[in-house]
Design a protein around this ligand. Structure first.
Ligand code: ME8
Length: 655
C-alpha cells in the first residue's frame, strides 16, 4: 500500500445555527473525498468540527439565558450527532473550545509576533458581528450597512493587535500564479487575485470589547484581548493535527484540500495562506469553494422558515440517495436550488432505471438461464470493445474527483451503465439462448457483472451504504484490494453465484410522495427549526391530485376485462413495443400495442391471460392502431403484467 497521505477538511461550523443542507453538502463532499482517498490506499485524515468563539455566539447564548460554553456544548453536539448519524467518516471532530486548540493558537500567535508580523495599534472601523468581519468605510452600504449581509455595522475604536497582511501581498500573488489549481474552481482564483491586487490592509486580530474567545498567550501579559474569531478558527486546520501540543499528526500537513463554501473564500484564500507563510508552514494543495444551496430560489434562513433539514431529507429519501443527488445535481462551484422534484427524478431515473434496473436484469438473466451462475472469463472474447470503452471512462474518474468536478465524476461513472444497458438490448441474451449461443450469453452476463462491479467500487465513496450491497450481490467486497484489482489492473471479476437482493431503489411516485412529506423526527434541531422541507407550489397541487377520491361510479366508467393473447409479434425497429392480438370475448381480437418488450418476449405471451382496459379511445403507436391497454405494475425491479389468479373466460369483467 502506498504511504502517501491525504488530509481533508470541512469548515468548522458556527454553533449559532443548526445544520442545514448547505452544511451537509460541504461535509458530504469532504466525506466522499476522504473515502476515495482511503479506498485508493492513501493514509487519510479527515477533520471537521465546530467554531465556537466570537461575539455572535456570545450574543446567541445570552439571548437564550445560557453561558456561551453551555450553548456551544449543546449546538456542537447536534452537529456531531448529525454527522455520526450520517456515518460521516471523520477522524477527528475539533471544537475551538478544546484546550489543545487554544494552546496551539496561542503558540502560533507568539510565533507570528516573534517574527515581527504582529504589532499593537488602535483599530477604528466598522465591524459586522454577524459576519465577524471588519469593513473599511468605503465598502459599507450607505456608510453603515454590511456589504455581505446587509445588517447594521457598529463603529469600533479599540486597542488591537494587527497582523501585517500587507507584507504578504506579493507572496500570495506568487503562490496563486505558481499553483494555478490552488483555488478551485479556477474561476474563483481569478476573483481572489483581483482582490489581492487591489491591495491588502493589515488585519486586526484581537478584540477587547468582549470576552468569549481565546486569550492571548500568557507570555504577552495582556489579558483584556481575545483573539479575532477567524484567526482562532482558521488555525483549527493545524491544531486538529496537534500543532503546538502533540505534533505527531503534523506530517499530514499540508492539506490535500480545504473544502469550503464560496462565502468564506476570502478568509481561506488570503488570510489563511498568509498566516501559514508567517508560521513557515507549507501551503495547502487546494482550497475548493462550492456554491450556495437555496430553497425555491431564496437563501435559506431561520426567519424565512425555508431551512431544509438534511436529516429529514435523508430519512424520507434515503441517505445515499440524498448524497448522490447533492453531488450529481449541481456543478461544483455553482449554486443549486433544492427541490424534491429534482431529487425524486434523480432517484427514479439515474438510480432506479439506470443502476438498480441493470442489477435486476442481471439477477433475472442469470437466474433464468444459468441458475444464478455468472462467469467472466470469456467476456473479452466477445465484448472487448465494450470493456475498453468502460475502462476508458473509468480512467477519467480519479482526476475529476480531485479537480472537484464531482458532477462530472458521476456523469462519467454512468457511462458504463449505459454501455451495459445498451449491450443487453443489442445482443439480447434471450435470442442468444434461443440460438444455442450459451457461451456468448454467459459472457454477456459477465460483461454486465464486470461493469456493475467496477461502478459499485467507484460509487462507494459517494454511496457508502448502497455500493457494498451491489458488490455483495456480485460476490466481492469493496476495499483497497478490489479497487486495485478491478479498477487499476482491470483484472477479470471471476465466477460467482449472484445473490438475489431486493430492489435497491424502489420507485418513488411523486403524487404519493407529496403525502409523505418528511416529518420532523428526532430532535437534532431546536424546536422552531424542525420544519419539514416545504413542498413547492407545483408539488402542493400534485398533493391535491394525490388525495382526490373518486366515486364507485367513476371507477366503473373504466371497462376492465380479462383477455387471452392469441398472437404476439415484435414491432419492427421498436425497442419497446410488442403488437398483440387479445381475445376479450368480442367477435374479433383487439389489437393492442404494448410497451413491454423489455420484459416479455412476444412468444412468451401467446396463450397467456392479461387484463385489458377495454374502453380506451383507440390510439396510434408507430403507425399502428392500439385498441386497449394492458394492466401492469412497474417498479425498480421491472414490469409485471397483472393477470387473473386462475383462468377466466375471455371478456370477464374486472371490478
Ligand atoms: O463560516 N449552501 O461557519 P458557518 C451551501 N465558522 N453551503 C452552505 C450554505 C448554503 N446555503 N450554508 C452554509 C463559518 N454552508 C465559519 C467557518 S472555517 C475555519 C470557519 C456551508 O457555520 C459552507 O461550506 O457559517 C459554508 O462555507 C459553511 O457552511 C459555513 O458555515
Amino acid at each position: 500500500m502506498s504511504c502517501k497521505k491525504a488530509y481533508i477538511t470541512t469548515p468548522i461550523y458556527y454553533v449559532n445555527d443548526i445544520a442545514h443542507i448547505g452544511h451537509a453538502y460541504t461535509t458530504i463532499i469532504a466525506d466522499t473525498l476522504a473515502r476515495y482517498s482511503r479506498m485508493s490506499g492513501l493514509e487519510t485524515f479527515f477533520l471537521t468540527g465546530t467554531d465556537e468563539h466570537g461575539q455572535k455566539i456570545e450574543h446567541s447564548a445570552l439571548e437564550r439565558g445560557k453561558t456561551p460554553q453551555e450553548y456551544a456544548d449543546e449546538i456542537s453536539a447536534t452537529f456531531k450527532n448529525l454527522w455520526d448519524d450520517f456515518g460521516i467518516s471523520y477522524d477527528k471532530f475539533i471544537r475551538t473550545t478544546d484546550e489543545e486548540h487554544k494552546i496551539g493558537v496561542q503558540k502560533a500567535f507568539l510565533k507570528m509576533k516573534e517574527r515581527g508580523d504582529i504589532y499593537k495599534d488602535v483599530y477604528k472601523g466598522h465591524y459586522c458581528i454577524s459576519c465577524e468581519t471588519f469593513f473599511p468605510k468605503s465598502q459599507l452600504v450607505d456608510d453603515e450597512f454590511c456589504p455581505e449581509c446587509g445588517r447594521a455595522t457598529s463603529l469600533v475604536e479599540e486597542e488591537s493587535y494587527f497582523f501585517r497582511l500587507s507584507n504578504y501581498q506579493d507572496k500570495l500573488l506568487d503562490w496563486y500564479n505558481e499553483r494555478p489549481d490552488c483555488i478551485l474552481p479556477k474561476s474563483k482564483r481569478n476573483e481572489v487575485i483581483r482582490f489581492v491586487e487591489g491591495g491588502l490592509d493589515d488585519l486586526s486580530i484581537t478584540r477587547t470589547s468582549f470576552d468569549w474567545g481565546v486569550k492571548l498567550p500568557p507570555e504577552l501579559n495582556d489579558p483584556k484581548h481575545v483573539m479575532y474569531v477567524w484567526l482562532d478558527a482558521l488555525m483549527n486546520y493545524v491544531t486538529g493535527l496537534g500543532y503546538g501540543t502533540d505534533e505527531k499528526l503534523m506530517d499530514f500537513w499540508p492539506a490535500r484540500v480545504h473544502l469550503i463554501g464560496k462565502d468564506i473564500l476570502r478568509f481561506h484564500a488570503i488570510y489563511w495562506p498568509a498566516f501559514l507563510m508567517s508560521l513557515d508552514l507549507p501551503m495547502p494543495k487546494h482550497i475548493a469553494a462550492h456554491g450556495w444551496w437555496t430553497r425555491d430560489g431564496a437563501k435559506m434562513s431561520k426567519s424565512k422558515g425555508n431551512v431544509v433539514n438534511p436529516k429529514e431529507v435523508a430519512d424520507a429519501y434515503g441517505l445515499d440517495n440524498f448524497r448522490y443527488f447533492m453531488l450529481r445535481e449541481v456543478p461544483f462551484g455553482g449554486d443549486g436550488d433544492f427541490s424534491q422534484k429534482a431529487l425524486i427524478d434523480r432517484i427514479n431515473s439515474d438510480l432506479g432505471n439506470d443502476l438498480g434496473n441493470l442489477l435486476n436484469r442481471l439477477i433475472g438473466m442469470s437466474g433464468k438461464y444459468f441458475e444464478g451462475r455468472v462467469e467472466c472469463s470469456a467476456v473479452g472474447d466477445y465484448y472487448q470493445e465494450e470493456l475498453d470503452e468502460v475502462n476508458a471512462s473509468l480512467e477519467k474518474l480519479e482526476p475529476l474527483l480531485f479537480d472537484m468536478q464531482l458532477h462530472r465524476y458521476l456523469e462519467e461513472l454512468w457511462r458504463p451503465l449505459s454501455i451495459a444497458n445498451k449491450a443487453i438490448d443489442m445482443y439480447q441474451p434471450w435470442t442468444l439462448m434461443k440460438e444455442g449461443r450459451e457461451k456468448e450469453a454467459m459472457a454477456l452476463n459477465g460483461l454486465i457483472a464486470t461493469i456493475l462491479a467496477k461502478v459499485s467500487i467507484m460509487l462507494d465513496p459517494v454511496m457508502p451504504q448502497t455500493a457494498p450491497k451491489i458488490a455483495a450481490a456480485l460476490g466481492f467486497e469493496i476495499s483497497y484490494e478490489s479497487w486495485t484489482r478491478l479498477i487499476k489492473e482491470n483484472a477479470p471479476l471471476g465466477a460467482f453465484v449472484i445473490e438475489k437482493i431486493p430492489p435497491l431503489f424502489p420507485r418513488i411516485e411523486e403524487a404519493l410522495l407529496a403525502h409523505s412529506e418528511p416529518e420532523s423526527k428526532e430532535a437534532q434541531a431546536p424546536k422552531e427549526e424542525k420544519k419539514a422541507p416545504k413542498a413547492s407550489q407545483k408539488e402542493e397541487s400534485k398533493k391535491e391530485e394525490g388525495v382526490s377520491l373518486i366515486g364507485i361510479d367513476q371507477f366503473f366508467q373504466t371497462s376492465l376485462k380479462v383477455g387471452t393473447v392469441v398472437k404476439a409479434e415484435e414491432v419492427p425497429k421498436s425497442k419497446k413495443l410488442l403488437l398483440l392480438q387479445v381475445d376479450i370475448g368480442e367477435e374479433t381480437p383487439r389489437q393492442v400495442v404494448a410497451g413491454i418488450k423489455e420484459w416479455y418476449s412476444a412468444e412468451s405471451l401467446v396463450d397467456t391471460q392479461v387484463c385489458v382496459v377495454a374502453n380506451l379511445k383507440p390510439a396510434k403507436l408507430m403507425g399502428m392502431k392500439s385498441e386497449g391497454m394492458l394492466l401492469a405494475a412497474k417498479d425498480a425491479d421491472g414490469l409485471s403484467l397483472i393477470r387473473p389468479e386462475s383462468p377466466k373466460a375471455n371478456g370477464t369483467p374486472i371490478g
